[in-house]
Write a protein that binds this ligand. Structure first.
Ligand SMILES: C[C@@H]1N[C@@H](c2cn(-c3ccccc3)nn2)[C@H](O)[C@@H]1O
Length: 449
């Protein structure tokens, strides 16, 4: 039984416009977390903090006013947005999500609405503009990350308990709206906004304001892409409203985690944003714990695309603006793989085949072309395929070398083995399946492989 909502979802199901269809097909994206937190890089007075480096201001023992004065030390002499964009291009990223303002409130653009910006730093220049222009030139779409929570702003509140809180937070809401309109006006080519810092009660109570602001931003920038993390409905429900309907254009809940089956995505668009270490977004000089390898990140990319989402890999440039060597190396490894196999990632979607242990199926959107992205060759060398009912395999061949083809062995109704030659693949590889859906008008049951 649906309940009446004024500020819940305003659309059921996926957006069908061209801008969103392009977003849906991105496959692989880059996240960049950069700001004052990159200067301490997870350590303060020689002491390493084991939390996320971009949250260091919030850790006990950090003198907040000293942290806040880091804008006077911000002078990234090695910052080169063109070099960043080239790295992203080389990796095969089709879009970038870039931090304009993180929780600490420092703005990487010269906002008119606060002094706490790059303009009041030795660097002075508009970093957001440099990034937008450089990525536009590489043909990589730009999404701007914006944290509503702003630890620096005197009117920010975690909750609204007193009349004074309420008066202050009204000022904060105006400030937030001003900055968002400013970003959309200054950088008209950006395709969307990636909101964060929206979980505290103060903002969750602003259902009507946030709903109206989202509507205003969409009017100002038709086609703008905004995810489910921006606002809550009037009952405080986030991501999914009180009727269980996703708010915004895609689900933004997959932070450092990936859905395991198609049912988990509820027929919505979604992106997964992922760190190389367990949980470091901003630059941390000491990367501890497990660092994901190139192959692991390629597998995460394939897994996301196989379940209809995009995989967005995070980079945390250093305080001087250079990207760290470990990230450059990962971008090269991923890029080398994408150069050969990008056809199985770009403009692909959930294939509708049963998941198999050897890897992931993706489908070229709107076609009968299916890709098998293979990570785990079974000891038998036989790759099992269970096709959707009445689907035949017309052809099967290696994406990297169409001459290397397979004759599927039918082992039961709609179930086949592809027998691999005893070649030792050290890297994930892709097999193309050209399938045929048996339909009434093609007469015969359907042609066998
Ligand atoms: C995209 C990522 N989101 C930010 C984040 C959010 N949170 C968080 C932590 C506890 C509760 C709710 C949210 N931790 N990190 C990270 O700082 C990074 O920006």
């Amino acid at each position: 039984e649906k309940i009446a909502l004024l500020h819940g979802a305003h659309r059921v199901g996926k957006r069908t416009d061209a801008t969103m269809e392009k977003w849906r097909g991105y496959g692989l994206g880059q996240f960049i977390h950069w700001g004052l937190y990159a200067i301490p890089g997870g350590a303060w007075n020689g002491k390493q903090y084991n939390g996320a480096a971009e949250w260091i201001r919030s850790w006990d023992g950090i003198p907040k006013s000293t942290y806040d004065s880091l804008n006077y030390s911000f002078n990234p002499t090695a910052f080169d947005a063109k070099a960043w964009a080239k790295t992203a291009k080389q990796m095969g990223a089709r879009y970038v999500t870039f931090t304009t303002k993180h929780h600490d409130g420092f703005c990487l653009w010269p906002s008119k609405y606060t002094k706490y910006t790059v303009k009041n730093s030795p660097y002075k220049k508009d970093i957001v503009k440099a990034v937008v222009d450089a990525y536009d030139q590489e043909g990589i779409d730009v999404i701007l990350y914006f944290s509503v929570m702003d630890w620096n702003h005197p009117d920010w509140r975690y909750d609204i308990k007193t009349k004074e809180d309420s008066i202050a937070f009204e000022r904060f809401k105006k400030f937030t709206r001003n900055q968002l309109i400013e970003l959309l006006t200054n950088y008209p080519t950006v395709k969307g906004l990636w909101f964060d810092g929206t979980w505290d009660k103060s903002w969750v109570k602003q259902a009507a304001f946030a709903d109206e602001l989202e509507t205003e931003m969409r009017r100002l920038r038709p086609g703008l892409i905004i995810g489910s993390r921006f606002r809550a409905d009037e009952n405080g429900k986030r991501h999914f409203d009180s009727n269980g309907v996703l708010m915004g254009d895609y689900e933004q809940g997959w932070e450092r985690k990936i859905p395991s089956k198609i049912e988990d995505v509820h027929g919505n668009d979604w992106d997964c944003v992922m760190t190389v270490p367990e949980n470091q977004w901003g630059y941390n000089a000491a990367w501890n714990g497990h660092l994901k390898t190139g192959t692991e990140l390629i597998e995460m990319t394939a897994r996301c695309v196989s379940l209809g989402g995009n995989f967005v890999l995070n980079f945390g440039p250093k305080g001087d603006g250079a990207i760290r060597q470990e990230e450059i190396k990962l971008a090269e490894e991923i890029g080398d793989w994408m150069k050969v196999n990008q056809e199985a990632i770009y403009n692909c979607e959930y294939a509708g085949f049963d998941k198999q242990d050897w890897g992931y199926f993706t489908r070229k959107t709107g076609t009968d072309k299916v890709y098998m992205v293979v990570f785990n060759v079974p000891l038998s060398g036989a790759l099992r395929i269970k096709t959707p009912s009445k689907t035949a395999i017309k052809k099967a061949y290696m994406l990297a070398d169409a001459e290397e083809s397979f004759v599927p062995e039918e082992i039961s109704a709609d179930e086949y083995f592809l027998h691999l030659k005893k070649s030792t693949n050290s890297k994930p590889f892709v097999i193309v399946l050209e399938t045929l859906k048996a339909t009434q008008d093609n007469g015969t049951k359907y042609e066998k492989a």
